[in-house]
Design a protein around this ligand. Structure first.
Ligand SMILES: *[C@@H]1O[C@H](CO)[C@@H](O)[C@H](O)[C@H]1NC(C)=O
Length: 423
């Protein structure tokens, strides 16, 4: 079908210009994040128990069938089943690759039901099997990364011998991910990051944000020589130079974004060095894809004197930067975990230069699903329709930010998307 459309488009182009091949073909990829599967989730239990137990007082047992919006409960099997069922649809089966930015396991919040190492591995296995039952893994590359809940110790990861336990997860995952046929070199065994060159596509760099994340107190900031974060940044720059030399484009993916709507989530030196790398290589980096915060949000990367800065957009477009200084925008996708309404997203990209063209955000109205005992997923919005921009290179992003700055209507839409309430 897509081939037919492309042929038709090419035919049209040739009629108008007298030349073939002036229109680029577009590819698509899927972004899924923060599944947080919890097989202990109990419908009509008390959310104060992380939806694990019922209270004697029946009025407290409000846990919904498909999840409990905005609570401290993780995703029930019914929700995860439904999102993977939805992904069996045509819009998703055609994708060229899948970016999965982690947080597979449930949170370790329930002191009466502690999470064990084998629970975590079981969650990784289960979610991998969901993907392989939903997609033809011979055709689609699944690109995973580690979340802060995917390791044996919550938020904690070190490279030191003394912390063997937290490193073993990398060997376990390397085994588990074997069928994915990924480029897991010694870089992955040592640091949890890797590069995957997609055939006729971008080089996807899957980063380990755990070495930058403020909550990981096991490792020092990136100004400390030999700290795993400092080493990762050196590695990243090497990879970006490689991509630049080969005239390709890189898509960066990781679990934790450098900024939330307003807060900085990386250690201070890791943060400034990382942001400057993003700026320095902004012409090479065509996409920056993260999850973790459960919000759909945009962070503007702009030149600030001789350095670069990053501003997450939340209540307003900060006016401390000039539109012309913008070199890119980082996109953060909402989670399956029902902190907000659950969502997944499909990006379109130009297959000749790998520029992002836009994305379609899909979501479900969870309260309605629980009320009707029936869940339906639909398109929440298309970036192209909302922002009126069809190519998200630096100049396209400038137009998007300009629109957010000048149109209250567009900005209010954006605000409703943050919480996945645009349906
Ligand atoms: C594999 O990863 C290494 C870095 O670990 C990278 O230099 C190389 O280009 C990658 N190769 C492929 C085929 O993706």
């Amino acid at each position: 079908m897509r081939l037919l459309q492309i042929t038709a488009a090419l035919a049209l182009c040739s009629t108008f210009s007298g030349k073939i091949n002036v229109m680029a073909k577009s590819g698509t990829f899927l972004h899924v994040t923060d599944i947080h599967l919890d097989e202990h989730y109990l419908e009509k239990s008390d959310p104060a128990t992380n939806c694990h137990r019922k209270d004697g007082d029946k009025s407290k047992n409000t846990a919904g069938h498909f999840g409990t919006l905005g609570s401290d409960c993780d995703s029930p099997v019914s929700l995860v089943d439904s999102v993977f069922d939805f992904m069996k649809g045509a819009a998703f089966q055609d994708v060229d690759f899948i970016v999965y930015t982690g947080d597979t396991a449930r949170h370790d919040r329930d002191s009466k039901l502690k999470r064990t190492d084998s629970d975590i591995l079981a969650a990784h296995k289960k979610v991998l099997s969901y993907f392989s039952k939903t997609f033809d893994m011979n055709k689609v590359t699944l690109l995973p990364t580690l979340g802060n809940n995917d390791m044996f110790d919550h938020n904690a990861m070190n490279v030191a011998e003394s912390d063997k336990n937290s490193m073993n997860i990398l060997e376990d995952l390397k085994q588990l991910w074997k069928p994915l046929d990924l480029n897991l070199t010694s870089d992955f065994s040592n640091g949890g990051y890797f590069v995957q060159n997609i055939a006729n596509g971008p080089s996807v760099i899957s980063l380990n944000s755990m070495y930058f994340f403020t909550s990981n107190t096991e490792v020092s900031d990136c100004d400390k020589a030999g700290s795993p974060g400092a080493e990762e940044l050196v590695w990243l720059e090497g990879q970006l130079q490689e991509v630049q030399r080969s005239n390709k484009k890189a898509y960066l993916m990781s679990h934790v974004p450098p900024v939330d709507k307003s807060d900085i989530l990386y250690k201070s030196k890791c943060y400034s060095q990382y942001v400057n790398l993003l700026g320095k290589y902004s012409e090479v980096i065509a996409a920056h894809l993260t999850g973790h915060t459960n919000d759909d949000n945009l962070a503007v990367l702009y030149k600030n004197g001789k350095d670069y800065s990053l501003t997450g957009l939340s209540k307003k477009v900060n006016i401390d930067f000039k539109t012309n200084d913008i070199v890119g925008v980082l996109t953060n996708a909402p989670s399956v975990l029902p902190q907000n309404n659950p969502g997944i997203r499909v990006y379109q990209y130009d297959q000749s230069d790998y520029t992002i063209l836009g994305w379609d955000q899909y979501s479900t109205d969870l309260k309605k699903a629980n009320k009707n005992n029936r869940i339906t997923w639909q398109k929440e919005y298309s970036s192209g329709q909302v922002y009126g921009v069809q190519k998200l290179d630096a100049s396209g992003w400038r137009s998007v930010v300009q629109k957010l700055k000048t149109s209250k209507k567009v900005f209010n839409k954006y605000k409703s998307f943050i919480k996945v309430e645009g349906i």
